[in-house]
Design a protein around this ligand. Structure first.
Ligand SMILES: Cc1cc2nc3c(=O)[nH]c(=O)nc-3n(C[C@H](O)[C@H](O)[C@H](O)COP(=O)(O)OP(=O)(O)OC[C@H]3O[C@@H](n4cnc5c(N)ncnc54)[C@H](O)[C@@H]3O)c2cc1C
Length: 255
């Protein structure tokens, strides 16, 4: 495995809990949109790496990542202090199950995320192939407070973007909910689905396991609950080996 050294080119702190940053990209680093790579910092002469989904689509000439700030987290307590021109290490072998190819062809594609689980979907929703494979793409993001809605402006305006409007052709829908304050849409995404309210709210036909496909990325409990919901609706899990109705990735490992 090769460890590539990339330079930080920009940093954006969303809140005291999350930030994102862009780096240079060695074009030998190739990935499928939705995949993650091991990235990190050299600490006391040794690489300290963690899994990170790539936010930027693979046609871009830079890399972008969205990161949590874990208090006392071995990597993120340091990574959150990075400055422009600092070096970030990127393992050259990305992987992951949140890839359109691992889903059966279908009608609508639902991308369900909580917290930093949004990251892999940021590349998928800007990939022209996603729109060739599916009629409508619905991305949901659930966080605790509205200020944690990273990329809200970009996502709300994707259909109007100079470049991406050509790709999305208005077939992209962004739906966010918050769980700990008053907001236009409140509560867990599981409740929106269980109460059969989501489909209407995002303007699509009710989920049909024969036609619709799902990707899930978030906390362990959220991925578990959604997996159960979609299995009960008749969908089958896909993998890197067998295409399915839904694919899952935990956004982080709970200890
Ligand atoms: C497949 C995969 C993809 C991942 N993609 C991302 C990503 O795109 N962005 C990202 O910030 N992290 C992502 N993570 C988590 C990441 O690998 C690290 O755990 C995180 O950066 C914290 O590193 P740390 O060394 O500071 O703390 P760690 O020792 O790794 O984590 C300490 C504890 O912090 C909590 N935690 C860790 N990550 C998160 C998170 N993202 N959200 C909420 N709580 C968390 C967990 O309870 C964990 O046990 C991913 C993990 C996996 C398995």
């Amino acid at each position: 495995m090769a460890l590539l050294k990339e330079k930080v080119t920009s940093i954006h702190h969303w809140t005291d809990k999350t930030f994102s940053f862009k780096t240079t990209r060695n074009m030998s680093f190739r990935f499928k949109n939705g995949e993650f790579a091991m990235i990190g910092l050299e600490i006391e002469g040794k690489p300290l790496l963690r899994a990170y989904s790539v936010v930027s689509p693979n046609h871009e000439d830079h890399l972008e990542f969205l990161s949590i700030k874990v208090p006392n987290g071995p990597l993120t307590s340091k990574l959150q202090n990075i400055k422009i021109n600092d070096e970030v290490i990127v393992n050259s072998k990305p992987t992951g199950t949140l890839v359109c190819d691992y889903l059966l062809p279908g009608r609508n594609l639902f991308l369900f995320s909580t917290g930093t689980g949004l990251a892999p979907f940021m590349s998928i929703i800007r990939d022209p192939e996603t729109y060739e494979k599916f009629e409508k793409i619905i991305l949901t993001h659930t966080v605790r407070t509205s200020e944690e809605l990273a990329y809200k402006e970009l996502l709300s305006n994707l259909n109007k973007d100079e470049i991406y409007s050509e790709i999305t052709k208005n077939n992209f829908t962004y739906f966010n909910t918050v769980t700990r304050e008053k907001w236009r849409h409140e509560g867990r995404i599981t409740d929106w689905i269980k109460k059969d309210k989501l489909w209407n709210e995002v303007g699509v036909e009710k989920f049909n396991a024969n036609q619709d496909r799902v990707m899930i990325c978030g906390s362990e409990s959220m991925t578990f609950d959604l997996k159960k919901i979609f299995e009960n609706l008749g969908s089958k899990e896909g993998s890197t080996k067998v295409q399915g109705g839904f694919v899952i990735e935990k956004a982080f490992a709970e200890k």
